[in-house]
Design a protein around this ligand. Structure first.
Ligand SMILES: [Zn+2]
Length: 143
């Protein structure tokens, strides 16, 4: 990166040029699991509330697909919520194993709850960040 005023090379994380003090615009740090950039801002604006509701009930997934069949943003969050459903299902399944399974299942249930809240908040804020653990899988294609 170079200073726009004097051309001095500016170290990566500096906000000001070390030579002339000119403020240097730095690109915002984007997390590796953040895919917000690939979605149309208009799409996000229009569909973010529906996308957030997809985490709450599969009913809204159907509504979302019917109302916004071309929205990539909704499909992204539907995929995230489906990954979460599968994870929740697995957490329920391990409960058939006594003791250790029950503990794993209880911990999993807490994780499902936390991930659901995270998904709702991220969708509502208009961002597309993969959920921890479960969000990197693709069940529903969105691109
Ligand atoms: Zn400078």
């Amino acid at each position: 990166m170079f200073c726009p005023k004097c051309g001095t090379q500016v170290p990566e994380n500096n906000r000001f040029c070390p030579n002339c003090g000119e403020p240097v615009a730095t690109a915002p740090v984007v997390a590796e699991n953040d895919h917000t950039e690939m979605f149309d801002p208009e799409d996000i604006k229009r569909t973010k509330i529906l996308a957030a509701l997809c985490y709450v009930s599969v009913l809204f997934v159907i509504v979302g697909l019917l109302l916004e069949p071309n929205s990539k943003f909704i499909r992204y969050h539907i995929n995230q919520s489906f990954c979460l459903y599968v994870f929740a299902l697995l957490c329920g399944l391990v409960a058939i194993v006594p003791f250790l399974g029950w503990i794993a299942s209880a911990v999993g249930a807490i994780a499902v709850f936390v991930f659901t809240v995270m998904g709702v908040i991220r969708a509502y804020k208009g961002t597309a960040r993969d959920l921890p653990l479960v969000g990197k899988y693709t069940i529903v294609y969105y691109d």
